[in-house]
Design a protein around this ligand. Structure first.
Ligand code: CNA
Length: 261
């Protein structure tokens, strides 16, 4: 059977239904259905006229945080912090796949914390999370997102007066080594790798796909990506539709395709 000539959703359902160590590698397209804009879609942040004509890469950079913290936090809070967003069918479906023993890990470029909110346990956040914040003082006091007041715009540690910054990897900053290593480990052991809702334009995160050694690489994205020609299965639909259909077939029908659990 050639994967792309069969019903691709059925093929993916069979792959995941028989998987024991699948990994989902995702990006901002996973959370657009939760009302969080991505970067590179037509409605994405890169099309919006914000940042006084400066690029989103600069507004979300280490340089901007250090040199223009007011500008940084105004942009960051307006565009990347969405405290009212709720998990969508992709997040809940991936949590179901993990609970059923098919999915070993979610590796995400997202910083919104929605996988954990949906119940996923093993989540590697390559770019950190808006949920975690630390002051830049010597004690690195920790603050959850809901402990950060709306004012002042540049958050200040009530204990030491230092700036409080998000544990988010900004442009110009390195990824956390332990998170990268754990992601590489999970991807290199994966029996199925599903890549969803990412343009695969941001490195080094996108480069982690090269560690997948198998022949069940599924790409689920609305638009084409640089990896389409190398994938074993390509589905240009919303990731929530695809994950939802897969999980409905596996867990919400009497006779699931692929043997279920
Ligand atoms: P991106 O470059 O914006 O690409 C998103 C991709 O998702 C595009 O190719 C879209 O076509 C596709 N897409 C959008 N909606 C859907 C959908 N419903 N179903 C399937 N595909 C869809 O974003 P990447 O994640 O590739 O880039 C990495 C950046 C984006 C990381 O640094 C993130 O931190 C950053 N980001 C994260 C969030 C978040 O945490 N929710 C939001 C915006 C940006």
């Amino acid at each position: 059977m050639t994967a792309n000539t069969a019903d691709p959703i059925q093929t993916l359902t069979t792959w995941l239904g028989n998987a024991h160590s699948a990994v989902f590698f995702g990006g901002a397209g996973v959370s657009t259905a939760s009302g969080i804009p991505d970067f590179r879609s037509a409605a994405g942040l890169y099309s919006a006229q914000q940042g006084n004509g400066r690029s989103p890469e600069y507004m979300l950079s280490h340089d901007c945080l250090v040199n223009e913290p007011d500008e940084f936090f105004a942009f960051y809070r307006a565009n990347l912090v969405h405290p009212d967003a709720k998990p969508n069918r992709t997040h809940t479906g991936l949590a179901e796949l993990e609970a059923a023993g098919h999915l070993a890990a979610v590796v995400t470029q997202n910083i919104d914390g929605l996988h954990q909110a949906a119940g996923s346990k093993t989540v590697y956040e390559l770019h950190g999370s808006v949920e975690r914040n630390h002051c830049l003082g010597r004690a690195h006091h920790f603050y959850s997102l809901n402990e950060i007041p709306a004012q002042p715009v540049v958050p200040v540690c009530p204990q030491c007066g230092a700036m409080v910054r998000p544990d988010v990897v900004l442009y110009g900053e390195a990824l956390d080594t332990a998170t990268v290593e754990a992601s590489v480990e999970a991807i290199s052991r994966a029996d199925v790798l599903v890549v969803g809702g990412t343009s695969l334009a941001v490195y080094p995160a996108a480069g982690l796909l090269q560690y997948y050694p198998g022949r069940k690489l599924a790409l689920v994205n609305l638009s084409r990506t640089p990896m389409d020609s190398q994938a074993d299965l390509v589905i240009h639909e919303t990731v929530a539709q695809v994950v939802g259909k897969v999980c409905d077939q596996l867990y919400h029908r009497a006779h699931p395709i692929g043997g279920g659990r």
